[in-house]
Each structure stands twice: as structure tokens, then as C-alpha cells.
Design a protein around this ligand. Structure first.
Ligand code: NAD
Length: 421
């Protein structure tokens, strides 16, 4: 293959769809990852994870021959444009962990030369793009803005919507100087979405605050759900009272709020916040929801020792196979610490789980942990009623069944969901 136009380092949930999207638009792409299994799957045209439409695009790109793969980061320098889509977790110290990015830069340094552009697509803490530009200059002597170009073009696409949103979501570009901004903007013009130029730090802030806004938006109904339980009130009725015909916005619905991005991106602000604690409190609220549900079950049933509890859903997000940082795992751990007999069903995830029937059969409690659409049907409710113990407790913070009860016995759920439909 002739020299690639663009390299993508890290073929994960962000990097692979991005690499495929460029290749699907005619660019020659070099995709780099250090996970041999992942490379083998992609090389044999098999999506290593679920992304709506991904398999079809991979099939097309595979047939076109425009995606080359490598496990060697240095190869990235064969392309003029190098995009980094590596993971950026947070340390437990409430601080971004940029070790993957740093080690990629160290590997790349000897191969970087005049004309390269280095684009951070990973989510990063404010100041990281300027750090990367400074690091490259310090270590290589290359001048940013004339020899090489550096900037941040954050990914804001939601899982499952990549191939739709890449064409429509405004693409934020924060180059460290005008030349870098122009160069990066030009690359992303391939997708046809509006390009919005800004500074690197504003691009970083816009991305993390997009996620902080969502994390906080969902913490409020979760806190309200806990407040309602304390006051013997119904959270869904209170939400309806708040929102009904109210012209100034509204409150979201409760649920498990986590996942690989929301759970850590707030820490990138919190690490040097002038008002420390506010976002930690938001995190604490969302992280408390599994324990709130376990306590609620115990209040109704007493000891959970030896009780069969079915957890429906391991993915952190509806209709996806992504289990990373899912609160379902936390729920399972907490239930196991109560000596409950836990069964799990999820039709999407890679982790092996019980069948729906085995999970709910003879269950004393069924918890809707993920609102997969397959769970939110009258048929799923009937099966659960038929196979669970007489009047098993249904825990439904998402209101999947439309009964508008977080905790209710199965017969009540059936009657209320019929009445409310
Ligand atoms: N997943 C999302 O929905 C999403 C959305 C927006 C932004 N982001 C951000 O994008 C970035 C990437 O997220 P992701 O979900 O794609 O992560 P991911 O873990 O799915 O992907 C990272 C990939 O990098 C590879 N990798 C790790 N170290 C490597 C190395 N040294 N050399 C080569 N490959 C290496 C891994 O094997 C993996 O395939 C993160 O900063 C994340 O916060 C993610």
C-alpha cells in the first residue's frame, strides 16, 4: 500500500470507528494497536465490539484495502497526520492518567519530522494539549506551528451513534497555533460536519464539561430518588409534578449513571478545581445508587442471605455491549456481600451470563440494572411474573415497565403498567 494519509493510534471504541470512517471516505489509513487479538479480528473483517453499522463499514473498508494495521507505534509516522485515540483513565488520586499518551509520544519521537501533525482525539484534562506540544519541542527540538502541528479534536460521539454523528456533530478543533488549527480542520473536513475552531484549552474544557453536564444531569434525579424513598414519596410522580407543562427545562429520570467516560472525565476538572468537592459529590450520588437499591431491597425483604436475585443488564448503557465501569458490576458485588444468590442476564455483553429464563426463574427479586429495550416489554414482564417466585420484588429505577415504581411486587407492577399504558 502507498504511504497512508492518516494514522490512528488505539483502535478502541473511538479509534476504530474513526479509522473506518476515514477509510470509508477514501483516505488510506494505518490503524495501530498493541492488542494482537483486536488486530487479528479487524484484519479478518470482524468488529471486535458492537457499534451500530460498524460491521458493514468494516466490510466495505476491508474490501477496499484502504485500512492497514500495525502493532508498532513508530509506524504511525508513515502518515503526515497522526491521531491519538488511546485511553485516558483517571488515577484514584483524582488526576488524569496520561501514561499511555506519554509512552506513545516517547516511542514516536525518533520518527517525528517536519510536516507531521499530531492530533489528540482522546479526552484530556485542561492543559494536556499544550503539555504535548511543549513535550515534543523539549524532546525533539522541532518547532510547533512550522515543523510539526499539534492540537486537540475531542470525540463527543455517543456509543452506538458513531457513524451517524461523525457526519453531523460539530467537530471542535483546538490547534496550539493557527497553522495547527488549519491543518487539523482540513483533515476532519472529510466528514462534512461543521468545524469549530477554538483554543486547545477551550476544546479540552468543552469536551469534559459536555460529560460533566450529563453526569450531573443524571445525579439530580438519582438524589431525588433517594430523597423520595426517605420521605415515602414516589420519585416518578414528583418528576411528573416538576416537569408537567413547566416551561423552564425539566429533570431527567433516575438510573445507573456510569460508564467509562462519565465516571472519570469529571476528575479532569476536579484535579485542580477552585471549588473542589462539587463534582465529587455528583460522583458520590451516582456511585451510591447500587447501594441505595440493595438497602431498599433489604428494607422490604429483610436478610438477603440465600435469596435468589436476578440482575438484568451488565452493560452501562442501553442496547450496547459495553460493560466498562458499569454500576451493574458494583450491584452484583454488593448483593454477593449480602450472601444473596445472584444470577445475571445480558443479551449483549461478552461476559457469559445466564439465559433470561434461568436468571429470573424462581427469583425472589429482579433488578432492572440496564434499560435494554429487550427488557422493557410486556412480554419480558409476563415471563418474569410467570417464572419468578410468587410476587417477587421488582426493582425498576429506569421505569422500564411503566409502573412508575422503583420497588414494587410483580402483581402490582403488572396492574400499574397496564393502568398507566
Ligand atoms: N468510548 C467512548 O464512547 C468515548 C467517547 C468519547 C471520548 N472517549 C475518549 O477516547 C479515548 C479512547 O477511548 P476508548 O473508549 O476508545 O478506549 P479503548 O480502551 O476502547 O481503546 C484504547 C485502545 O488503545 C489500545 N492501546 C492501549 N495502549 C496501547 C499502546 N501502547 N499502543 C497501541 N495501542 C494501545 C487498546 O488496546 C485499545 O484498543 C479516551 O480518552 C476516552 O475517554 C471515549
Amino acid at each position: 500500500m502507498p504511504a497512508p494519509d492518516v494514522s490512528v493510534i488505539g483502535l478502541g471504541r473511538v479509534g476504530l470507528p474513526l479509522a473506518l470512517s476515514f477509510a470509508d471516505r477514501g483516505l488510506r489509513v494505518l490503524g495501530i494497536d498493541n492488542d494482537e487479538q483486536r488486530l487479528a479480528a479487524i484484519g479478518s473483517a470482524k468488529m471486535p465490539f458492537e457499534e451500530t453499522g460498524g460491521q458493514e463499514v468494516l466490510d466495505r473498508v476491508h474490501a477496499s484495502g484502504r485500512l492497514e494495521l500495525s502493532d508498532n507505534i513508530v509506524d504511525a509516522a508513515k502518515a503526515r497526520d497522526i491521531i491519538i485515540t488511546l485511553g485516558t483513565p483517571s488515577f484514584a488520586h483524582i488526576e488524569i492518567d496520561i501514561s499511555d499518551i506519554r509512552s506513545a509520544l516517547d516511542e514516536l519521537l525518533p520518527a517525528l519530522g517536519s510536516g507531521h501533525a499530531l492530533i489528540l482525539r482522546s479526552t484530556v484534562a485542561p492543559g494536556t494539549t499544550e503539555f504535548v506540544a511543549g513535550y515534543l519541542t523539549k524532546k525533539s527540538g522541532l518547532r510547533v506551528g512550522s515543523d510539526i502541528f499539534v492540537g486537540h479534536a475531542p470525540e463527543r460521539i455517543a456509543a452506538g451513534r458513531f457513524f451517524v454523528e461523525i457526519e453531523s456533530l460539530p467537530c471542535i478543533v483546538g490547534g496550539v497555533d493557527a497553522a495547527s488549527s488549519a491543518r487539523i480542520g482540513q483533515l476532519f473536513e472529510a466528514f462534512g460536519a461543521p468545524i469549530v475552531q477554538t483554543t486547545p484549552v477551550q476544546a479540552e474544557l468543552a469536551k469534559i464539561w459536555t460529560n460533566i453536564l450529563r453526569y450531573t444531569t443524571f445525579a439530580l434525579p438519582n438524589l431525588l430518588m433517594m430523597d423520595c424513598e426517605q420521605h415515602d414519596a414516589n420519585v416518578f410522580e414528583v418528576i411528573d409534578l416538576i416537569n408537567r407543562d413547566y416551561p423552564r427545562g425539566g429533570i431527567a429520570s433516575p438510573g445507573f449513571t456510569a460508564g467509562t467516560c462519565l465516571r472519570k472525565d469529571f476528575a479532569f476538572s476536579e484535579e485542580r478545581s477552585k471549588a473542589p468537592g462539587m463534582l465529587l459529590a455528583v460522583s458520590r450520588v451516582n456511585e451510591s445508587v447500587p447501594l441505595f437499591l440493595v438497602d431498599g431491597i433489604k428494607r422490604r425483604l429483610g436478610s438477603l442471605s440465600g435469596k435468589k436475585i436476578a440482575v438484568l443488564g451488565l452493560a452501562f448503557k442501553r442496547d450496547t455491549d459495553d460493560e466498562r465501569d458499569s454500576l451493574s458490576h458494583k450491584l452484583v458485588r454488593l448483593l454477593e456481600r449480602e450472601l444473596a444468590d445472584v444470577t445475571i442476564h445480558d443479551p449483549f455483553v461478552a461476559t457469559e451470563t445466564d439465559s433470561f429464563e434461568d436468571a429470573v426463574g424462581g427469583a425472589d427479586v429482579v433488578v432492572l440494572a440496564t434499560n435494554h429495550s429487550a427488557f422493557c416489554t410486556p412480554e419480558a414482564l409476563s415471563t418474569l411474573v410467570e417464572l419468578g417466585t410468587d410476587d417477587c420484588l421488582v426493582v425498576d429505577p429506569w421505569d422500564c415497565f411503566g409502573a412508575a415504581q422503583v420497588f414494587a411486587y410483580a402483581s402490582e407492577v403488572v396492574a400499574l403498567s397496564k393502568a398507566n399504558s
